[in-house]
Write a protein that binds this ligand. Structure first.
Ligand SMILES: [Zn+2]
Ligand SMILES: [Zn+2]
Length: 417
């Protein structure tokens, strides 16, 4: 850099900051809706122009190998250090800067503040994805078409439109379709490669996990969870005993978390192989299944409260290995202990929803609770079966609550004093 250039940029920077200082004095509360929109728009344009200036510096740094001379491994690493940002973000910016170096029209549109950096990234990416045999003039046409669309489309909408960018220079829809399909298939393959799930035990009774999955399965999961959280669990104004924590019903993160737990307990493990790998085994003494207040142990070395074990004993999701006094397995097997499919169908004819008063969770998701526990000599007869949603099934096995069964079969919970 010549010294005169250095003086010039220093002067310009001072001017820019002086101008921003004046903007900081504007009282946004004093602006009417039009004024607010104007300011938002002009600041956004200015942001784009500043981003363009930043990207031209990065492109120049890449060309002049600034990183090597300052001991950094790459321009991204060098930039991350200079502006104190994450390396991944800096690398993305360098990638965009290099792309804009080749797409002059896009660079100019960004520099003029006509499009945002997000729009520019979509256009550069679309250019990279064009078939290799396409001519330079055709690339220019595609680019200009996308810049035009960026005036009205959001970056997300532009990304979708860009998959058919080839249509600007290709009349044959079959070719455009095939190219779009190739782009989408490539995206899917990269999503599969990025798929991860990590979990760690917090040692406080919870496990924290993090996952990255393809968008298809992501939407699937969201849909399932939304379906589980949707129906009301109680009437308006129901007691805490009947409806549970207010927080669990109004905090959506928590509601989704609980729905996720419910989902996991209802995964049909009998379709998975090998069966034993997907089934947790609970070791429990017969006394605990009857009425003792004693924890049981999972084969993963975790403990379960007596209430949870008794609830699980009603369902098929976990298989209790019931131990007698001499630690001998006493379980009579699922056939004697669990309700059969025909029985379940018969109960479903009588109940459309969870049996708890005011609960609208559909019967299909309910667990069949035994009015008199199998371990207490209860039979798996039809009149012993009560459909309860996951939440109310936990309630009925929770020692802190007692319940009353009305003549019509509906169940009301009360806190024990
Ligand atoms: Zn039960
Ligand atoms: Zn319920």
């Amino acid at each position: 850099m010549t010294s005169s250039t250095a003086v010039l940029t220093a002067d310009l920077t001072a001017e820019l900051h002086a101008c921003l200082d004046k903007f900081a004095l504007v009282d946004a509360d004093e602006l009417d809706a039009d004024g607010q929109a104007d300011m938002l728009l002009s600041m956004t344009r200015a942001e784009s122009r500043i981003a363009a200036a930043k990207l031209t510096v990065l492109a120049a740094a890449e060309r002049s190998r600034t990183a090597l001379r300052s001991g950094a491994a790459s321009t991204g690493q060098w930039a991350a250090k200079v502006i104190n940002t994450d390396q991944a973000a800096a690398h993305r910016q360098v990638g965009l800067a290099q792309g804009l170096d080749r797409r002059i029209a896009t660079q100019q549109a960004l520099s003029a503040g006509d499009i945002s950096p997000e729009h520019a990234a979509v256009i550069v990416q679309a250019d990279r994805q064009l078939p290799t045999q396409i001519k330079a003039e055709q690339r220019d046409v595609v680019e200009r078409t996308l810049i035009g669309k960026a005036q009205t489309l959001s970056p997300g909408a532009l990304r979708k439109a860009a998959r058919r960018a080839l249509a600007a220079v290709e009349d044959d829809t079959v070719v455009v379709d095939a190219h779009e399909n190739e782009i989408v298939a490539d995206l899917e393959a990269r999503a599969r490669a990025k798929t991860r799930l990590t979990m760690y035990d917090n040692a406080d009774g919870t496990v924290t996990g993090h996952f990255t999955i393809p968008v298809l399965q992501g939407h699937l999961l969201r849909k399932v969870l939304e379906t589980i959280t949707a129906p009301r669990r109680s009437r308006l104004g129901a007691t805490h005993a009947q409806a549970g924590d207010q927080e669990a019903r109004t905090d959506w993160d928590r509601a989704r978390g609980e729905a996720f737990c419910e989902l996991l307990e209802h995964v049909p493990t009998d379709h998975l192989h090998p069966k034993t790998a997907a089934t947790l085994v609970v070791s429990v003494e017969l006394d605990t299944l009857r009425d003792a207040l004693k924890v049981a142990h999972l084969d993963t070395d975790e403990s379960l409260s007596a209430g949870e074990v008794r609830r699980l004993a009603c369902t098929s999701s976990l298989l209790p290995a019931v131990l007698g006094g001499a630690s001998l397995p006493l379980d009579l097997g699922r056939s004697a202990r669990l309700f059969s499919e025909p029985q379940r169908t018969a109960v479903g004819v009588r109940h459309k929803t969870c049996a708890a008063d005011g609960c609208e969770r559909p019967f299909a998701w309910c667990e069949l609770h035994h009015l008199v526990a199998w371990a207490l000599g209860g039979k798996t007869d039809l009149d012993q079966a009560v459909p309860l949603c996951h939440f109310h099934h936990q309630r009925i096995h929770d020692g802190n609550y007692q319940h009353v069964r009305a003549r019509d079969g509906s169940i009301t919970f009360h806190q024990r004093r």
